[in-house]
Design a protein around this ligand. Structure first.
Ligand SMILES: [Zn+2]
Ligand SMILES: [Zn+2]
Length: 330
């Protein structure tokens, strides 16, 4: 028996590995899309396999159905194993076991207050539908002008809306946060007095990712030293198959993050998957804590976390080091 979430993770990893091969971009997207359909709809795979109806799942054609059949029949995907070998992926010896059922809440999501495509109420209902105990609403800071980032006044207005939404949606605690930009010199895009009253501060690099490594290292060190920062969002800014991430002294920055209790994010958006399994493993060895987040811009995107949990498993991160597995994430 293979549950839909386990299967979604297999398809997601295949999509990720294919994405790094020039000629396979199209197929990579198909695997990622099918993975998402499985994670959102959670179909009964055994039943569909028995009745030959796997292709009734959105985005599942003959090729992906064959991979699923193999997985359902043997508990393994020979296709994935072959890809892992071809692409020299690290040994499976110290993978950890992580169960999505233990995941308590997602702390990185966007609403139409910045570039999200849904209202706060819709996002809160989406988080509740996932069974979460909490969700972080972390819209962008002002520097990201194209998305109408939030300054102090708009954050105050947003907190009023949050109180109203919280009344309508029980069972899931809404956390007010920000995804604050790490500026070129490592300063943050909002004053300390604003950051300190928020429940969640995710500091992310979005612009000038091609800064030369020494300057980028200084920039990131300054960000992880800010006492209001809880998390570094998508720490390299990479987009697998499309854009290399920033290069800096990862060891120095991750060590400092560990020392300051700043967690590193594994952003589960299939277009990001940042940190990679290899980088996350290195951060694990340096003592870092992690958060696994969807960076959802619409309710269905909350399913990115169950799809991408394989990254943390492949990185060998134990459950205790992943803050979303805690009843109170911080
Ligand atoms: Zn971001
Ligand atoms: Zn984001």
């Amino acid at each position: 028996m293979v549950d839909a979430i386990a299967a979604a993770q297999v398809l997601s990893e295949i999509g990720y590995l294919l994405r790094q091969q020039e000629k396979e971009r199209f197929r990579a997207k198909a695997f990622s899309a099918a993975s998402w359909a499985l994670a959102v709809q959670r179909p009964d795979l055994d039943e569909l396999a028995r009745t030959g109806a796997l292709t009734s799942i959105e985005g599942v054609g003959e090729g992906i159905a064959r991979v699923l059949n193999d997985l359902i029949g043997t508990g393994q995907s020979r296709y994935l194993n072959r890809l892992r070998e071809q692409m020299n992926q690290p040994a499976l010896a110290d993978e950890t076991q992580l169960d999505f059922a233990d995941y308590r809440g997602d702390i990185h999501s966007h609403t139409d207050w910045s570039d999200g495509r849904a209202t706060m109420l819709q996002m809160a209902e989406g988080a509740r539908a996932m069974g979460y105990g909490y969700v972080g609403i972390t819209d962008h800071s002002p520097r990201i002008t194209v998305v109408h980032g939030l300054n102090a006044e708009r954050l105050v207005a947003q907190s009023r809306e949050m109180a109203e939404v919280q009344e309508q949606v029980d069972g899931v605690a809404l956390l007010q946060g920000i995804e604050v930009d790490i500026l070129e010199d490592g300063a943050l895009d909002l004053p300390d007095g604003v950051l300190e009253i928020l429940d969640v501060v995710i500091a992310s690099p979005h612009v000038k990712l091609r800064q030369e490594p020494a300057a980028m290292t200084e920039r990131m060190l300054r960000a992880v030293s800010n006492p209001h920062v809880d998390v570094i969002g998508h720490p390299t800014g990479r987009r697998p198959g499309a854009r290399e991430g920033a290069t800096y002294d990862f060891e120095a920055v991750f060590k400092e993050a560990a020392r300051n209790g700043v967690a590193l994010e594994i952003d589960c958006d299939p277009a990001r998957l940042d940190l990679s399994p290899e980088m996350a493993r290195m951060a694990r060895d340096l003592g870092c804590d992690f958060v696994l987040d969807s960076d959802a811009h619409a309710p269905a995107e909350f399913a990115y976390v169950p799809m991408a949990m394989w990254i943390a498993r492949r990185a060998g991160i134990p459950k205790e080091r992943i803050r979303n597995f805690r009843p109170d994430w911080s």
